[in-house]
Structure formats: structure tokens, C-alpha cells
Design a protein around this ligand. Structure first.
Ligand code: GLN
Length: 648
């Protein structure tokens, strides 16, 4: 009979501290005290937050002074794509100012460059810690934002040298633009921002307003009503051609006739009781909300010129009125003015990139987190942009770029990468179809570098980059899955891990291997599989020096203890070393069901100073070391004893 000793070194239950790299990944509480799911989740959040604040301090604090330089910290935050003026870090910035004032600094340092001690730092960042921790854990949609931005800069610079195209000249304000103007702004669905070039120069929305007014009409009236007045087909004709479809409706809301029709829906159906001035304000407030409060203005000179030079647009209006396209109570003069006003709203690349990102994010503005439109509305808007957004180039654009976009005659190009980011490119010279030359080149180069085309295969296309992929992601998740499978007794899953070529000897932050977890949970089948089939070492020590057999004892699993003891005896007798290569060798049958994609890594580097990479086994005295090239973040970096920098 095996003596079961519930030892004094009983500690956190298995997987409680499962961490890889500087990230805490999983919380699997097997403790016997019954807790509700909510309790666990709350406890977990609190614990994570406490950890995150301390880890951030340790990442950036000077060892000499024991203080953190906020300048360095904010610069680190910027590399993740989060700017100081992001509304989501407003409290942090306000707190910095308050602390600076309280300290009455005479050192010449500003609020943003002051040095703080641990407690003050933690109090300052606490209100925004969830976002900040997410940023430094590289959990945004573009985890390695710095590398991504470098590639974008390269494309931007190549487009800059392109001097083709001509300025629009039907009104003097457009003809006066500087043809060298070239700005590009990006905002991801997590609010990561990057801008380069002439991103603050104001320009008018022009046709880029069309998808936005269409979205308001859809939101308020629903697609059935809207599309009883306007079609969904590309017209195959010029954007301002005097033509209707076979049902005597404008072809789609992205061409002038369709957009004028949308404006009539706003006037007659969405807000029939509003005056023209009120509808203008109302519409502008939608645009503003989509842009997270960034610059949306109005250019009166452009408005007056548009109205002066609008013979064709008036002709379209009258032609549609003749064909009874408009809803009852339509006042054509007011509708036309409203259309010109929408075209004459003024903005810049920065603001438009947030609008594009709100479209990419299902109608929720990434920087304010405000839900502006319903996701169904955005789906419809993007579908039309995809097929009709770039005038007579729409078919080719859908083919080559494969993304929803909308261009405008002032040189704007709004590009949406659904569920990833919004991009706005602005450069006034246009090609013969009315699209910005540099903007178009940018879009085409972007999708030849990254797998953003709607029909790029994310799994098998190897010649394009996927910036969405975390360099640790697949491996990290595999470690989590591996340990989880062992802890839950899932031999089939363990078999899959083995077949995938994964290193089954990998350990978590606390040095616990799959064998530790299977033993502590009493899963004899898993223990047998790990030892007999995977040939993992039977005697790895965790950070407390415990072997798998100790785990089995601690948690009272006699049958596992017995098995492990006799295995150890046999192993000692034959003194045969475990061979790491046996772990990953595959039979032909294995090959057939094995996917190696799990093991992909991308050679990117962290944009931020990484804290000591946790969980190293090197020098831990573990009897059977993990192969040093295991690639696991759990096995790279510092000594196992280094617990001074807990994982984020
Ligand atoms: N104001 C322009 C017009 O109605 C807008 C068209 C455009 O951007 N292509 O003609």
C-alpha cells in the first residue's frame, strides 16, 4: 500500500499558473472549494490586473533608481499602436498630470516624462490597465505592429514616387490641390494607429460620403425599404451617367444617382420632420461618431462650387423624379443641396482611417468603443463597396484587391479589411476612371505583400505575410492545449499533439509538464501514453522540485504512483536515457494525419522591451532538459527561479 502524503508544499492547483512568454494564458481552477464561474472569473481578472501592473513596472523601471520613466513607458505603448491621445488612455494621461502637479516638479520634466515609483505607477495606470496589458501582451489584431508599420512605410514610399494622374478640375477648389500631397492613415479594430505623410491636410469627403449616408439609411429604414428605391448592381457605366436600371431605379448607392436617392430617403423617410439644417447636423453627428470624434468639418466654398457646377447631378435628379424614383414628399431642391453638403464635408486621413476601422469593426468605433451601426448594416455597406466602390474600376479592384473600398474625386480611398483594420489613403491626382493613383497603387501593393485579399487562403498561401499571426500564437496555444489535454485525461488529444510533431516535454511557467498534470489528476492512461509512446522523461522537476510521482502522491492517486514508481525502477535498472528525437519521430500513418502548421513561427521581433521570458528550464536542475531549440517561450530565456517578473 502506498502511503499518500498530503504535503505541506501543497500549492496552486494544476494549470492555475499556466503561463508562457510574458503572458498568462489560462486559468483552470481545480481547487476543491466550490466557486461559481463568476467568482472564478472575477478572481482571475483581479489577479491578472495586479500582475499586469507589477509586470509593466518591472519591464520599464530602472534597476538603479527603482523608478519608472513614463517617457519610456509611453514610447513603448506607442510601438503597440496606442497613442497618448487615445480616448481609452485618457485617465492615465489625466492621472499623470495630477501626479505631476502634486509633486510640484522642478526637474524640468513634463507630466509625460516624469519618473514614478511602483505604487504611484500602479495607481496611475490602474483605470486603463485592461487595454494597456492587452497592448503589451501583444494581444491586438496586429500583434507585431512595429514590423507591420515598417512594411507599410515601404509601400508608402514606393507610391510617393508615382507622379501619374491628374487633378480633378471641375471645381477650382479641387484643381488647386498640391499634386504631391500623399497621406496614409491606418486604424485597426483594436484602435492601433499609424499615420504617414499629409494626414492632417483637410480635404472634402466627396464620394466617400456615399457609403456613410447609405449606412444611416440602412440603420434607420432597413435594407428592404432602402433597396425598394435603389439597386445593388454595379452599373458598368460612369459614376454620373444619366442611366437607371431596368426597374427604373438607380443601380446602386455608390454612384451619384444612387447617392442622391439615398439623400432623398434621409429627407423624406428617416427624418421627415427635420429642417435641412437639422438633417445636416444629424448626418454630421453620425460621421463624427464613426470617426471617434476626430475632425469632420464643412467646406462652404466647395459646397457652393459643387452646386454651381452641378448640371449633371441636377439632370440626374430630374430624370429620377420623372421616373418616380423618389419617395413621396421629396423636395428635390433640398435633396440636391443635402447631397452637395455631404460631398462638401471636410475631413482628413486620420479621421477617415477611424471611420474605415469602424466599418471594419462591425460598426463599433475602435477608439471610443461606441456602437454606431448594427453589424448587419455594415455587412451590407461593405458588400456594395466591394462590388461598386471604385467607379468603373470596381470589377478589377474586386479581382485584384478583393476588399471593400470607396474612392472619391478629391483623391481619397477608403479601404476596409473586415475584422482587421481600416485604411485611408489620400492623394489628389486621379487616373482616367477617377481613382486616386497613389491610393490605388497602395491597395494593390498591400494585398500583394499581405494575405488580406478576401480570397487569399490564410492557411496555405505561403508567399504572403500574415500580420495577424502572433509569433508565439500557434506554439503557445499548443502548449496550453497540450497541458490541458493531459490535465483532463484526453489521450486522443495527446496523440494528436504527438502526431503534430510537438515537443511533448514542454513545460509551463512553473515547470510542470504534461506528465505532471496527468499524474496530479490521476489519469493513468495519459501517464502510460506519455511514458510508453512519447518516451517523455519520467522525472522532470517542477519549480518546487516535485516529480510527477510526487504530484500523484499529493493528490492521492495510488494507481498512478504505483505505475510511476515501477517505471522509475525499470528505468534506473536499464539506465536508459530518454531520446528527445523519439518524441517527434513519425510513422507514415502519422504523417497522413499530421498538420505541421501548428509549429509555424514568424521571424518577427517584439516591438517592446520584453521582460525576462518566463519559465525557462535552463539550469533548473531538471533531470531531463527540454531540447534547447524547442522554440517554446516556456523554455527560452531566464532561469526558472526568476519569479521577480511574473508573466503579464
Ligand atoms: N461631388 C462629386 C459629384 O457629385 C462627387 C463625385 C465623386 O466623388 N466622384 O460629382
Amino acid at each position: 500500500m502506498i502511503a499518500i502524503t498530503i504535503l505541506k508544499n501543497l500549492r496552486a492547483p494544476p494549470l492555475m499558473n499556466l503561463v508562457f512568454a510574458n503572458r498568462k494564458l489560462s486559468f483552470y481552477d481545480t481547487s476543491s472549494t466550490p466557486k461559481t464561474k463568476e467568482d472564478n472569473a472575477k478572481l482571475h481578472r483581479e489577479q491578472e490586473q495586479r500582475n499586469a501592473e507589477d509586470v509593466l513596472f518591472d519591464m520599464f523601471a530602472s534597476e538603479e533608481t527603482g523608478l519608472i520613466s513614463m517617457g519610456k513607458f509611453l514610447a513603448g505603448l506607442k510601438t503597440t499602436g496606442i497613442r497618448r491621445n487615445d480616448p481609452r488612455v485618457r485617465e492615465l494621461m489625466d492621472n499623470l498630470k495630477k501626479v505631476h502637479k502634486l509633486n510640484n516638479y522642478e526637474t524640468g520634466s513634463s507630466a509625460e516624462t516624469q519618473h514614478l515609483n511602483r505604487e504611484t505607477f500602479k495607481a496611475v495606470v490602474a483605470p486603463n490597465i485592461v487595454l494597456i496589458a492587452k497592448a503589451f501582451r501583444q494581444q491586438f489584431v496586429i500583434p507585431d505592429f512595429t514590423s507591420f508599420v515598417k512594411d507599410i512605410e515601404d509601400i508608402y514610399n514606393r507610391c510617393k514616387t508615382n507622379t501619374l494622374g491628374k487633378l480633378a478640375d471641375y471645381i477650382p477648389q479641387l484643381a488647386r490641390y498640391n499634386p504631391d500631397s500623399w497621406g496614409l492613415s491606418i486604424c485597426t479594430i483594436d484602435g492601433q494607429r499609424f499615420s504617414i505623410g499629409d494626414v492632417d491636410v483637410p480635404f472634402t469627403l466627396q464620394s466617400c460620403s456615399k457609403p456613410l449616408t447609405y449606412a444611416i439609411a440602412l440603420e434607420k429604414l432597413g435594407p428592404k425599404v432602402v433597396h425598394s428605391y435603389v439597386g445593388q448592381e454595379p452599373s458598368g457605366r460612369n459614376f454620373n451617367e444619366l442611366v437607371l436600371d431596368q426597374n427604373k431605379k438607380p443601380h446602386n448607392p455608390m454612384i451619384n444617382a444612387g447617392a442622391i436617392l439615398t439623400c432623398s430617403l434621409m429627407n423624406a423617410l428617416v427624418k421627415p420632420d427635420m429642417t435641412s439644417a437639422e438633417i445636416f447636423d444629424y448626418t454630421m453627428s453620425w460621421f463624427k461618431r464613426l470617426s471617434g470624434g476626430e475632425y469632420i468639418g464643412f467646406n462652404n466654398a466647395v459646397f457652393l462650387s459643387e452646386r454651381e457646377a452641378a448640371d449633371r447631378n441636377y439632370a440626374l435628379g430630374f430624370y429620377m423624379r420623372e421616373n418616380k424614383c423618389f419617395p413621396k414628399r421629396t423636395n428635390l431642391k433640398e435633396v440636391m443641396d443635402f447631397y452637395f453638403q455631404c460631398c462638401s464635408m471636410e475631413t482628413n486621413c486620420e479621421a477617415m482611417s477611424v471611420i474605415a476601422a469602424s466599418l471594419a469593426n462591425g460598426g463599433i468605433c475602435p477608439t471610443t468603443e461606441e456602437k454606431v451601426f448594427r453589424p448587419e448594416v455594415i455587412r451590407d455597406v461593405l458588400s456594395i463597396m466591394h462590388s461598386c466602390g471604385t467607379y468603373d474600376y470596381s470589377g478589377q479592384f474586386a479581382f485584384k484587391v478583393g476588399l471593400p473600398a470607396k474612392s472619391g474625386v478629391s483623391g481619397g480611398m477608403m479601404l476596409v479589411i473586415p475584422n482587421v483594420m481600416g485604411i485611408f489613403a489620400w492623394s489628389p491626382p486621379l487616373d482616367h476612371l477617377g481613382n486616386t493613383v497613389r491610393g490605388l497603387q497602395f491597395c494593390e501593393e498591400l494585398v500583394s505583400m499581405f494575405n488580406f485579399h478576401r480570397y487569399d487562403n490564410l492557411k496555405h498561401l505561403s508567399n504572403k505575410k500574415d500580420p495577424r499571426k502572433h509569433r508565439y500564437e500557434t506554439k503557445g496555444l499548443s502548449i496550453v492545449n497540450l497541458l490541458f489535454s493531459a490535465a483532463s485525461g484526453d489521450v486522443t488529444a495527446l496523440r494528436r499533439h504527438r502526431l503534430s510533431g510537438m515537443d511533448i516535454t514542454l513545460a509551463d511557467y512553473d515547470g510542470r509538464t504534461a506528465l505532471h498534470l496527468a499524474a496530479s489528476e490521476g489519469h493513468l492512461e495519459c501517464v502510460k501514453f506519455l511514458l510508453e509512446q512519447c518516451h517523455v522523461p519520467h522525472n522532470p522537476k517542477d519549480r518546487w522540485g516535485n516529480l510527477p510521482v510526487d504530484e500523484a502522491e499529493n493528490f492521492g492517486h495510488c494507481h498512478v504512483v504505483e505505475f510511476l514508481r515501477s517505471w522509475a525502477e525499470k528505468a534506473d535498472q536499464s539506465s536508459e536515457e530518454c531520446k528527445p528525437e523519439a518524441v517527434t519521430s513519425k510513422t507514415q500513418a502519422d504523417e497522413e494525419i499530421c498538420s505541421t502548421s501548428d509549429l509555424e513561427t514568424s521571424p518577427t521581433t517584439s516591438p517592446i522591451p520584453t521582460p525576462v521570458e518566463s519559465g525557462s528550464r535552463a539550469g533548473s536542475g531538471r533531470s531531463s532538459p527540454v531540447p534547447s531549440d524547442a522554440g517554446s517561450t516556456a523554455s527560452a530565456g531566464s532561469s526558472i527561479d526568476d519569479k521577480t517578473k511574473p508573466g503579464l
